[in-house]
Every structure is written in structure tokens, then in C-alpha cells.
Design a protein around this ligand. Structure first.
Ligand SMILES: NC(=O)c1ccc[n+]([C@@H]2O[C@H](COP(=O)([O-])OP(=O)(O)OC[C@H]3O[C@@H](n4cnc5c(N)ncnc54)[C@H](OP(=O)(O)O)[C@@H]3O)[C@@H](O)[C@H]2O)c1
Length: 272
């Protein structure tokens, strides 16, 4: 690919903003960035960061080497039909971040076989702490794939996966921040119900969550070993963990994750 690579975002929403923000901060970004979105005023703040704002999606497409579809799944058909009808030429890599939509479906909506990278980011990407699962169809070259990974590694880390695992990974890294928010909220609410109250309580619970995750990454111990290390025999944590196992917290999470994957498959089926 010629450098710099022209990377156009379609849609100026949460995810595009996070990716553009990460790339603008990155010192070794290979991209120049373009943007087109439905509500033009939302593009204005990006101009001052050096982003080229286009009046139409098809102008952005014509300019770009790579196109990130930062739009909702229900907006795909309209935007990709517009692209198909524009009769675009030249090699262009499409990057899709929508839950459930396969690379085949993107090609079908575009009416031709194109290189498609399929990614599943998450909202911590807004803070540069994203975990993005990335896959590709057979048309994407190794060089194009490496380049596309940089869109996401500028805002966090990347997990490489085959495409047939992209629905299942949503439950692990895409929607799972919500599961942790619920656990954090439940701990906070119960602490307050037991009379623990301090302006820094929620902050402290967040610090505990970040610290626990860092222990898994840095201590060299797996989660089960770390659980054993907190559970002194006959102690308080052991008593609490007994309740969590008796009430089948692992099973509840498994069932929630299975429901998430089924929903991704349902959403994807609409676009087959
Ligand atoms: N949010 C998450 O946690 C998350 C996680 C992983 C993946 N995703 C995926 O990321 C994608 C974007 O999500 P998001 O949360 O960033 O959505 P969002 O904030 O709603 O952003 C969508 C953007 O697309 C624009 N748009 C809509 N129709 C358009 C069109 N025809 N042409 C050009 N722009 C158009 C919208 O414009 P308006 O301002 O006019 O509405 C908006 O700026 C979705 O496919 C979602 O499934 C999201």
C-alpha cells in the first residue's frame, strides 16, 4: 500500500471518535484520516485535528484506501448500497465493526468481492484501553491486515481471531464491560447497604477491579490460583465465595454469554 494510507471513517459516532482520537495521538500512525457522517456538524470538531471532512460518503469512499464503517448495523444496507451504486474503482479495504455482520454480507451488500476486515472493539477504547478482536476474509493481504490492526492498536490491544469466532468473542470482550459494570454496581450498592459510605468508595472499588485484573496479567498466577490466595481457610472470602459457587455465578455468566452469542447470530442472520 502507498504511504500515507488514506483512511476514511463513515459515521462520526462513539467508536469512530475513539479510533480517530487514538490515531491522532499515535506517533507512528501510517494514516491520513478522512471522515463523512450524516450530521455534518458532528464532523466539525475533527477538522481541527487535521481530519479531512467530506460532504458525502461516496466522496470519502472515492478518496480512501481503507474505509471504516463506523455506522450501526441497521445503517449498513443504505450506506453499502450507496457505495455499490457509485461504481467505485481501485482496491479498497473495508473495515466493519458491527456486531453479527459477516464479511460475506458486506461483500454481498457491496455487490462485489472486496477485502473486508471484521473487528469487534469495545468502549474502553475511548480511553485507549480497548480490546479489539480482528479477523479478515480471504481477499485481505497480510500487509493490509497488519495495517488494519493499527487502527485498533492505537487505542488498545488487538486479539487476532478467525472470522467464525467473531460472534462468540462479543461476549468475552465486546459487551462484557457491561457485565463488569453490573458486578461493580452490585458491590457498591451492598457496601452502602451495610453502611459503608465515603465519597471515594466507588473509586476504591474501581481501583480494586483494575488492580485485580492487573494481578492476573502481572503476577504469573492464573485466576484460580489468585482466588485460592485470597481465600484463607475458614476466612471471610472463603465464606463469600461459597455463596457465589452455591448460587452458580460462573453458570449465570456462561448463560449470559451464550445469550449474547445467540443474539449476534440473530442480528447477522438479517443480513445473510
Ligand atoms: N458502542 C459499542 O460499545 C460498540 C462496541 C463494538 C462495536 N460497536 C459497533 O460500532 C458501530 C458504531 O457504533 P457507535 O456506538 O459508534 O454508534 P453511533 O455513536 O450511533 O455512531 C454512528 C454514526 O453513524 C452516523 N450515520 C448514521 N447513518 C449514516 C449514514 N447513512 N451515512 C453516514 N453516517 C451515518 C451517525 O450519524 P448521526 O449523528 O446523524 O446519528 C453517527 O455519527 C456499530 O456498528 C456498533 O455495532 C459498538
Amino acid at each position: 500500500m502507498n504511504h500515507p494510507i488514506r483512511l476514511a471513517f463513515i459515521g462520526a459516532g462513539n467508536m469512530s471518535s475513539a479510533m480517530i482520537g487514538g490515531l491522532c495521538k499515535s506517533e507512528d500512525s501510517p494514516f491520513v484520516i478522512g471522515l463523512s457522517s450524516r450530521t455534518k456538524e458532528k464532523c466539525e470538531p475533527f477538522r481541527s485535528a487535521g481530519v479531512t471532512v467530506f460532504d458525502t460518503n461516496t466522496e470519502a469512499l472515492a478518496w480512501a484506501d481503507m474505509i471504516v464503517l463506523g455506522i450501526k448495523p441497521q445503517q449498513y444496507a443504505d450506506v453499502l448500497t450507496e457505495f455499490r451504486d457509485s461504481g467505485f474503482d481501485g482496491r479498497k479495504v473495508f473495515v466493519s465493526i458491527a456486531a453479527g455482520i459477516s464479511t460475506d454480507a458486506v461483500c454481498r451488500m457491496l455487490g462485489r468481492d472486496v477485502p473486508v476486515v471484521r473487528a469487534m472493539p469495545n468502549t474502553p477504547m475511548l480511553l485507549g484501553l480497548g480490546s479489539t478482536a480482528v479477523s479478515r476474509n480471504a481477499s485481505v493481504t497480510d500487509e493490509e491486515y497488519e495495517t488494519s490492526r493499527k487502527i485498533f492498536s492505537a487505542s488498545g490491544m488487538v486479539i487476532d481471531l478467525p472470522e467464525d469466532k467473531m460472534n462468540a468473542v462479543i461476549a468475552a470482550t465486546g459487551s462484557s464491560p457491561a457485565y463488569l459494570y453490573l458486578i461493580i454496581k452490585a458491590i457498591y450498592d451492598e457496601a452502602r447497604a451495610q453502611g459503608v459510605d465515603a465519597p471515594t468508595l466507588l473509586d476504591g472499588i474501581c481501583q480494586m477491579t483494575a488492580g485485580a485484573a492487573q494481578m492476573i496479567r502481572d503476577s504469573g498466577d492464573d485466576p484460580e490460583t489468585l482466588i485460592r490466595k485470597v481465600c484463607s481457610p475458614g476466612g471471610t472470602t472463603e465464606r463469600a465465595m461459597q455463596v457465589l459457587y452455591d448460587e452458580d455465578l460462573p453458570g449465570i455468566l456462561s448463560r449470559a454469554m451464550q445469550a449474547c452469542t445467540v443474539r449476534a447470530e440473530e442480528l447477522g442472520a438479517k443480513y445473510q
